[in-house]
Write a protein that binds this ligand. Structure first.
Ligand SMILES: [Mg+2]
Length: 249
């Protein structure tokens, strides 16, 4: 895999401007034990402020829209939360209707998972507006299978939901044809960014949808400390390298 450099991006863009789509956890902040501890470092915020003055920047996160917006705390950036189920657009927030319709099932599934994982130490349920994240980073390795089975049982009972996986997290979310890739394409169209070169930087499985969506019209940059299969064409090692890349643009 080729390392992402400012020069490589400028060369690929040619005379076009850039549109930057950035994941949050693991991309702008290091992965932490508890999701609530993922705080944006001030040097990263400074760099984001500077690139956003020059290019269109959107943060596309699995977190709730208001959560990720508060964590980044910059006005001139666009935000997509819950893997794109909720997007703060130029004309107000856009909520995915079918996702909203699945909310009652999500609530019932959350109760079921909470009940079934109650005896497993280190499991952390994070109820978001359109998804339920079941974090098991701090759970004993031997109990991870039980966590997975509890999530699968809840999904089987609530077929409007599907199970996705990320870094040490299972997620129940509305089973609709929507993901980070679709959200990015929607932003490109809505913000009229077709003439810019879109660059997506992310570190997790859900970011692969965005890499694929941009395969023929932009650039995907995977943040990974060890090689793994990815649809991205360039890589960076960690958030510090992401910061350096953005600073170089
Ligand atoms: Mg991430």
């Amino acid at each position: 895999m080729t390392r992402a450099t400012p020069e490589a991006i400028r060369t690929a863009a040619g005379s076009r401007s850039l549109a930057l789509f950035l994941d949050y956890d693991g991309t702008l902040t290091p992965i932490v034990e508890r999701p609530e501890d993922a705080v944006l470092a001030e040097p990263m915020r400074d760099v984001l402020r500077r690139v956003a003055a020059r290019y269109t920047v959107a943060v596309v996160s699995g977190r709730d829209l208001e959560d990720v917006r508060a964590r980044v705390g910059l006005e001139n950036i666009h935000y997509a939360g819950c893997h794109g189920f909720e997007i703060a657009g130029p004309r107000g927030n856009r909520v995915h209707e079918a996702a909203a319709a699945a909310a009652p099932q999500l609530g019932a599934a959350a109760d079921m998972v909470a009940h079934d994982t109650r005896g497993i130490p280190g499991v952390q349920l994070e109820r978001k507006r359109f998804t339920l994240a079941v974090h098991y980073r701090r759970a004993p390795e031997a109990r991870v299978r039980d966590v997975h089975e509890a999530v699968l049982r809840a999904q089987a009972r609530h077929p409007a939901l599907r199970v996705t996986e990320g870094k040490k997290v299972y997620e129940l979310q509305p089973d609709v044809d929507w993901d980070k890739g679709r959200a990015v394409l929607w932003l490109i169209e809505t913000l009229k960014l077709e003439d810019a070169m879109s660059v997506y930087i992310g570190d997790d499985v859900t970011d692969e949808d965005a890499f694929r969506a941009l395969a023929h019209r932009g650039l995907g940059i995977a943040v990974q400390d060890a090689p793994r299969p990815t649809a991205a064409t360039l890589t960076l090692r960690d958030p510090e390298e992401v910061r350096a890349l953005l600073a170089g643009l």
